[in-house]
Write a protein of this length. Sequence first.
Length: 615
Amino acid sequence: MSHPLPPEDSSVSASANNVVAVAIAKSKSSQNAARWAINNLLTRNSDSPALLLIHVKKQNGTTDTNANGESYENETSKLIKTFSTYCTRKGFKQQAVVLEDNDVSKSLVQYITEKRINNIVLGVSSTGSDVAKMVTESAPEFCSVYVVANDKLQSVRPATLDVENLSSPETTPPEVSVEHYKQDNDKDSDAELKRLKHELKQTISMYKSACREAARAKRMVKEIHQWKQKEAPKYEQVRLAHEAALVLAKVEKVKCRAATEAAEKAKRLADIEAQRRLYAELKVKKDAAAKKRALNVLSKNDVRYRKYTLEEIEAATDKFSDSLMIGEGGYGPVYKGKLDHTAVAIKVLRSGGGAAAQGKRQYQQEIEVLSSMRHPNMVLLLGACPKYGCLVYEYMNYGSLEDRLFRKGNTPTIPWRVRFKIAAEIATGLLFLHNAKPEPLVHRDLKPANILLDRNYTCKISDVGLSRLVPAPVADNVSQYRMTAAAGTFCYIDPEYQQTGRLGVKSDVYSFGIMLLQIITARPPMGLTHQVEKAITAGAFKSILDPSVPDWPVEEALSFAKLALKCAELKKKDRPNLGSDVLPELNRLREFGKRKSSQGPVLNDMQVGEALITQ
């Protein structure tokens, strides 16, 4: 039944099909429901639904007061007043209805059915409510049921029928005036209500299922779309990372294979080097024994040369007349003379001082070397006078290469063909020294002044007094023979030999390279490599060639110069091999000169009629 309450405004009424009912109680969830209804279902214009506050008070058969001694009537009035005040403050007018029944959900359903209320809002806690569930399931089809939890709509069961299409009820719609409502529970009404509730429950279940399926499908489509948008870049990153990893793996595999091959190659090279060193050591021992035997022969003065007396030497030089002196050697003067009706050159050892001691060592070395070997490009030792320290050589008509290059005494210019020929012959004689047995022989003082020319411009290497026997492995670049002090002429000395004292056959190759540059430029040795390199780089190579030769073959001369620069590299390891690299190229240039000589006069500018080019 309903109880009378004082109206908020007796002039306000609402039609049944334009009412928002809010079930209220003392719980906070009811406050949330009222707040949500005002914010979402009501407006302040004339078309806004009326607000109906419904409170169901449970029947109390024994007492009219609560546990605090306050009457239930007074407690209900306070509750209604609290909600009414809130609604008024928000600017909305309302009516209040109090129902009395022990079954709250059943009472609410019967009331909204009879009054044809088309909207009802119920508040529930986060854990849910049986009242809200029962009302949602049992409410008539024309009523929309809104369930609110924590100021948010938890569920809605919308109306499926229009209340205006229903027949008019016998009862009148609720008004703002105080209403007394008496609920009758007859059997017919209960049966009809149960039938309607069953039909409604089936309809609601089908509707809910369809709504859930539609919402789930829509949600899945949205989630799939979002997932695609979110995961597509990640998938692309993963794909690129996978491809990069494959490439990196391939690179690492190649590196690993290369490292393995390099390690195997290094091991093979180490094995080969070990075998080569073992072979070299055995060869050194073998050659050392041969050298020892050769030195024993030399120590017994078993040398093949003629010994001249002092009287014979004085007679040949007119008692060392200054008019017969043709030069000054490293350790004494050189005279021209005649012995056995043959023109000879006599080198005399200077006496006294430290230079004499050095000269004596060179004198002995030169006798030992020249008396034990013969070669067309090595000066011929005819004999010696050990008592006075004289060496007798074959006489070389055209003197030294240095005098001829710089035209001492205004001698004729050496043609380029002859210069190519001289270079090849020097290399041939030098290679003969380097291939000497039992040990290679390093000249140590190779320069134009020590290259002598006969009347046919055949060159011969002289002054081997500074030469040294070096162990065979040195010639193969396995090791270096260390000297305590460098010897030779400054501009021609191998820089590595000068700095470290390590001597090898490529020390002579450096000196030979400087001399080759002088052969085509006729310039002093100081800074000559830099001058030639600068001219080649600037494209002015022709300007650095000896200007006294008018018909230089520039292309061949450039090949000659580049070979000379390789020989004059500062580091031994960068210099070419004399036998396999240098001599073949010089022989090619010599043959080129021979072919050109057959096409015209060669020495047309020379005043020495007997000079020949080829042998």
